[in-house]
Ligand binder design. Structure first.
Ligand SMILES: NC(=O)c1ccc[n+]([C@@H]2O[C@H](COP(=O)([O-])OP(=O)(O)OC[C@H]3O[C@@H](n4cnc5c(N)ncnc54)[C@H](OP(=O)(O)O)[C@@H]3O)[C@@H](O)[C@H]2O)c1
Length: 310
């Protein structure tokens, strides 16, 4: 009898340990609480260069099946309308409601200034929704690169109105440096930026900017985490491959986890089921010594540089 009680006790302990172990949050469920109280997925799908209607629907279908709940788009990507059409079909197909997903889109440089509110409404209409979860100023400069800082102020005033009117649940920026952010924070019209989406990977990370964003409670959302679509140098980097081999993970998983482990959100762009599934399967830890190796790569910016934007 005593032995049986011991065995039952042991089994209960083992179950508890198993439960605690399994309780580690899966990457697809990792969320960041924004100042608005909204929970933003830390891993999302980048959709730049995913253009044709069928292609958009196919990728979103696979992405929802794999567990993605955040879609990152922009007026500049030219696919908002296809995403809107795909959502009509895919939300019911995957038993999801609009509130289950998080949509980010971005204001194009040509709309910086007086046109910002109308641009937000236009994106919402194209996306076939009543609101966006996050609306970002894509670039701190205007298309004509004139009076940028005045236009940024006007834009923020209009986007703050967009938040009050329920068109955008959160607003933020992209490609902003500390100078651009300081200007915005001085005159935020009662709504602080939730996110700064910037290029961030082992070959390009702005540590001063990261410190500033952490201090201000602004989430850094990394783009081009895999080094971008134009070349695969980072994905083929020998040191990244070596760390991946040691951990039993692919180079891409190492690159994404490197960002997540610094509390940055990520939005890898992928089209195949294999890539989509791999990019959201990130439940492992990169040891500190390997993080240091990844942190000390030579630095080179791939995407546009906003330093010269006044
Ligand atoms: N705010 C901005 O100014 C800005 C700028 C750039 C990007 N972004 C956003 O960030 C997103 C991601 O950045 P990005 O498009 O520059 O590129 P990225 O995510 O760094 O890389 C995308 C490339 O990696 C490949 N890839 C994806 N998963 C892979 C895997 N598991 N194994 C091997 N290769 C894989 C993709 O191929 P397949 O497509 O064949 O799967 C594609 O060629 C964009 O889509 C966009 O939403 C924002």
């Amino acid at each position: 009898m005593y032995n049986l009680r011991n065995i039952i006790f042991l089994l209960v302990c083992l179950q508890t340990i198993k439960f605690c172990y399994c309780k580690e949050t899966l990457a697809k469920d990792l969320k960041f609480k924004l100042k608005s109280g909204d929970l933003m997925p830390m891993v999302g799908l980048g959709t730049s260069r995913i253009k044709e209607k069928e292609n958009v629907e196919d990728v979103l279908d696979k992405a929802f099946a794999a567990g993605y709940r955040l879609i990152d788009t922009a007026k500049l990507y030219g696919n908002e309308i296809y995403i809107g059409e795909a959502l009509k079909i895919l939300l019911p197909k995957h038993n999801l409601t609009r509130r289950d997903i998080f949509i980010t889109t971005k204001l194009a440089p040509e709309d910086l200034g007086d046109k910002a509110y109308e641009a937000l409404k236009d994106s919402i209409q194209k996306l076939n929704t009543e609101y966006v979860d996050l609306y970002l100023i894509h670039w701190p400069g205007a298309a004509d690169n004139l009076n940028n800082s005045i236009k940024r102020d006007k834009t923020w005033e209009l986007l703050a109105k967009g938040v009050k009117d329920g068109l955008a649940r959160n607003i933020g920026v992209s490609n902003f440096n500390i100078r651009h952010l300081n200007q915005l924070l001085k005159n935020d019209f009662g709504v602080r930026p939730a996110v700064n989406q910037v290029e961030w990977h082992p070959n390009y990370h702005q540590d001063d900017l990261k410190k500033f964003l952490d201090k201000e409670g602004i989430l850094l959302q990394a783009y081009s985490s895999l080094g971008g679509s134009s070349n695969d140098n980072l994905r083929k980097n020998e040191k990244v491959k070596e760390i991946g081999k040691k951990l039993g993970k692919s180079p891409v998983q190492v690159l994404l986890k490197w960002s997540l482990q610094q509390n940055n959100a990520v939005i890898p762009k992928a089209t195949s089921q294999k890539h989509l599934e791999e990019n959201i399967d990130l439940n492992f830890v990169i040891p500190e010594k390997d993080m240091i190796i990844l942190n000390t790569f030579s630095q080179k910016k791939n995407s546009w540089n906003s330093e010269d934007i006044d």
